[in-house]
Write a protein that binds this ligand. Structure first.
Ligand code: FES
Length: 308
């Protein structure tokens, strides 16, 4: 195990951080509770988590500034100063969107998130100090503070990458599911009572079935946000609400009514044949192959390639 990995593993196991991480993440959760705030900071209308988009701006600006400072010379100074200011300006919405995501974490993720936030706050402080020094004409101190900020930002960025790529925070939990791309019988029609959600299995993929009068709805039962069980969520007004963090999805097309989810819930066509409820990935007339089927074919191809 590499040294950075060992260090992060220790961080994950440091339960004493919970004394700060728990209450602070809960307070962040209360602050972002209003639906418009939640949707905005989660990237719900963007169709992608907002935080990684904004971090690119901040890291890009400060990283480029560090390079220009290293090159040095009067020609690079105005651009470097401007990049420091752009990074400071973008750091505020970046931090807010990060706090929104952090409010949904628990345990090891919450601990790593706390240190990630602390490192990035320290980087922001160093860059603000760097800007002050630059404005006063003390370029040497401005550059040194900027490089220190870049180093601390690197630590924060490493932890952010760990949160996403190792711990899977905010990763679409349905991305690897095997979708029923052909009509697949799931349940006897008589077994699905009206307005009583059922979790059924389609070749290993859990699916939520819900009957409302004559219509039967089918959605992936695993919440795209962080894997909550939608079959245990409240259903009202044509929507299901995840019991974990409150993402609300339309039953008919999986569209998001309320974040923190930013990826719509996979939904399926339904029909009744020979007394059995069947589902499949929806066909799209004239719009090419549904992405779920294309993905399925790619996976099958990879599986075949790995066995030959
Ligand atoms: S798991 Fe977070 S809203 Fe469903």
């Amino acid at each position: 195990m590499s040294m950075p990995h060992r260090a992060v593993r220790r961080l994950e196991e440091t339960e004493s951080l919970d004394r700060v991480a728990g209450p602070a993440s809960k307070a962040a959760g209360r602050a972002v509770r209003p639906r418009p705030v939640r949707n905005l900071l989660s990237g719900t209308s963007l169709g992608h988590p907002l935080h990684p988009v904004l971090t690119d701006v901040t890291i890009g600006a400060w990283g480029a500034s560090a390079v220009l400072d290293a090159v040095g010379g009067p020609a690079t100074e105005p651009a470097s100063d401007l990049l420091v200011k752009i990074g400071i300006g973008s750091a505020v919405p970046t931090a807010l969107s990060g706090a929104n995501d952090w409010s949904d974490t628990l345990g090891p993720e919450c601990r790593v998130g706390l240190v990630h936030a602390m490192a990035n706050s320290a980087a922001l402080g160093l860059y603000v100090a760097s800007m002050v020094m630059r404005n006063r004409g003390n370029r040497r101190a401005g550059r040194a503070l900027g490089w220190a900020g870049a180093a601390v930002m690197g630590v924060g960025g490493y932890l952010g990458g760990h949160l996403s790529y190792v711990q899977g925070v905010n990763v679409n939990r349905t991305a690897w599911q095997q979708e029923p791309d052909e009509w697949t019988p799931l349940l006897d029609d008589a077994e699905l009572a009206d307005r009583a959600p059922r979790r059924v299995d389609a070749d290993g993929t859990p699916i939520l079935l819900y009957r409302d009068g004559r219509r039967v709805y089918a959605l992936a039962a695993t919440c795209t946000h962080m894997g909550g069980p939608l079959d245990e969520g409240a259903i009202e007004e044509g929507c299901v609400t995840c019991p974990w963090h409150g993402s609300t999805f339309h039953l008919d097309d999986g569209g998001i009514e309320r974040g923190p989810a930013s990826t719509p819930q996979p939904h399926y066509e339904t029909r009744v044949r020979d007394g059995r409820i069947e589902v499949r990935v929806p066909a799209r007339d004239g719009q090419g192959e549904p992405v779920e089927r294309a993905r399925h074919k790619v996976r099958e191809g990879m599986a075949r390639a790995s066995t030959t």
